[in-house]
Design a protein around this ligand. Structure first.
Ligand code: NDP
Ligand code: MG
Length: 383
């Protein structure tokens, strides 16, 4: 029996991970963590019988304890609780499906405890990749990508020599505003931005996909996961989301992974790697699909992507500023406090004011996050 822990079990990736668990007889969940959705946690506890559950807020944890007092398990809260879930002794793999930089400490703790990581939480790798990748090597643990593009690249690299990679071709759908100018995006509403053409995901990543910031984060994620330079990563817009990404080798050969858009595939591949398992669901129908089209990305109107390249190339603490400013801005946009184009504006503002720290420690990363928030708060002054 393979045992796993899931950080962010009530979210989009978390619930799809549990669907994969449900469909397979030889995998079980020992620990779960979530923010505040105790209704869904209660359902998950009754169905999957974890031994340990963390709810971020203590008040919600208390309520959950009383709801499931007939079940045998331990319920914890806060960062200490999250770290406990990440290091639960029986789990071999920790699925990191929380959203945002909050994943840094639990991911590192899980690795220290010798766990393999099924990594969905890209913000952690973007901000702390220089700590995570060497630690993985030192501890002999694997970082198994869950993000669909990175899983595709990982699949293309299977059995290949990573040193013979010429380029990573990271595909992007272009999001709901592909083809628009900045001016045409000025009045975009929250509802418009939450409509992704091909994937159903959590709210933050859906906004990130619309601004192309998600692709920017993914470029940096690919840099760390596959040990390539930023210059070797090329974004290819492929609006149908059929090609999940490609690798070009030194001899000019291009390998691609294709499929219908279903996150259960990369999740299951990470959990069973290197084995492939049956997975139900739709298959690609090329006759019905007829064509797959390609475009170059629009760096000018989607400046989030251009700023991500800049942050990734300069490195140090700059990717943290890029990411933290985006997390801050997207939270404000989701709460209808700012307009759509203020998202890239805030990122640019914070990046321009930052004094870079080389190879930041965890404490310096978290300090940079706090400083970025302060910098934005002092400029925009939200009530
Ligand atoms: P969701 O918003 O759907 O889910 C986030 C999860 O994190 C929820 O379970 C939430 O709990 C939990 N959470 C939030 N705050 C805390 C906290 N303080 N402590 C513990 N848990 C917390 O996000 P997604 O599933 O869409 O995304 C998760 C990660 O995966 C992101 O980094 C995203 O970029 C990445 N990803 C997602 C894809 C997708 O298809 N969704 C595709 C590729 C990558 P609660 O519900 O209780 O608030
Ligand atoms: Mg992706």
């Amino acid at each position: 029996m393979k045992k796993i822990a899931i950080l962010g079990s009530t979210g989009s990736i978390g619930t799809q991970t549990l669907q994969v668990v449900e469909a397979n007889q030889d995998i079980a969940v020992t620990a779960l963590a979530a923010g505040s959705n105790i209704e869904r946690l209660e359902e998950q506890i009754r169905k999957f019988h974890p031994k340990l559950v963390c709810v971020w807020e203590e008040a919600a944890a208390k309520e959950l304890r009383s709801r499931v007092r007939d079940c045998k398990l331990h319920i914890v809260s806060g960062m200490e609780g999250l770290l406990e879930v990440a290091t639960e002794p029986e789990a071999e793999i920790v699925v990191t499906a929380v959203v945002g930089m909050i994943g840094i400490r639990p991911t590192l703790a899980a690795m220290e405890a010798g766990k393999d990581i099924a990594l969905a939480n890209k913000e952690t790798l973007v901000t702390a990749g220089h700590l995570i990748m060497p630690l993985a090597k030192q501890k002999g643990v694997r970082i198994l990508p869950v993000d669909s593009e990175h899983s595709a690249i990982f699949q293309c690299l299977n059995g290949e020599n990573g040193r013979q990679v010429d380029k990573i071709l990271l595909t992007a759908s272009g999001g709901p505003f592909r083809g628009r100018t900045r001016q045409q995006m000025a009045n975009v509403t929250l509802e418009d931005a939450l409509k992704h053409p091909n994937w159903a995901m959590g709210r933050k990543i859906t906004i990130d996909s619309s601004t192309m910031v998600n692709k920017g984060l993914e470029v940096m994620e690919a840099k760390w996961l596959f040990g390539v330079e930023m210059e070797q990563i090329e974004v290819v817009v492929q609006p149908q989301s059929v090609i999940h990404s490609m690798v070009q080798f030194v001899d000019g050969a291009v390998m691609a992974q294709l499929g219908t858009p279903d996150m259960k595939l990369p999740i299951q591949y990470a959990l069973y790697y290197p084995e492939r398992r049956y997975l139900g669901g739709e298959r690609l129908d090329f006759a019905a699909l007829k064509s797959i089209s390609f475009e170059a990305p629009d760096f000018e109107n989607f400046s989030g992507l251009a700023m991500a390249y800049q942050a990734g190339k300069e490195g140090g603490s700059l990717p943290t500023v890029f990411n933290a400013a985006n997390e801050y801005a997207v939270a404000k946009f989701l709460n209808r406090k700012i307009s759509y184009l203020q998202i890239p504006e805030m990122i640019a503002f914070a990046m321009a004011r930052h004094k870079k720290v080389e190879a930041p420690s965890v404490a310096q990363i978290l300090e940079t996050e706090r400083e970025t928030y302060e910098c934005l708060e002092s400029r925009w002054k939200f009530a």
